[in-house]
Design a protein around this ligand. Structure first.
Ligand SMILES: [Zn+2]
Length: 101
């Protein structure tokens, strides 16, 4: 078996690489697994793509799909924030006239 991190040859049943200490199989860090990657998106946004592409637990098609989904969500979120900003601006500019009535 080849370690996903340092590419050294390690024992098939090793839980951790004896060269670099990286967890193997079930012991791969949480932030490289599906659930960790999705949780990361809510914390650091599209920067989680760094972990998506480094992840040894995800296959190439999964990485591509995640990239498309996370980028689409980011664009959608920015658009929604922009609309909110416009709405807030409108409310602020109409505020003094509201006071008169
Ligand atoms: Zn290693």
């Amino acid at each position: 078996m080849i370690c996903w991190k340092c590419q050294n040859d390690i024992n098939e049943f090793d839980n951790y690489c004896k060269y670099c200490g990286a967890g193997q199989g079930k012991h791969i860090p949480m932030y490289y697994k599906h659930i960790g990657i999705i949780l990361l998106f809510f914390i650091i946004g599209p920067f989680n793509l760094y972990f998506v592409w480094r992840s040894p637990a995800l296959k190439k098609p999964a990485k591509i799909i995640y990239t498309i989904i996370f980028l689409a969500l980011t664009v959608w979120f920015c658009y929604k924030t922009y609309l909110l900003f416009l709405q807030a601006q409108e409310m602020i500019s109409s505020f003094p006239t509201n006071l008169m009535f």
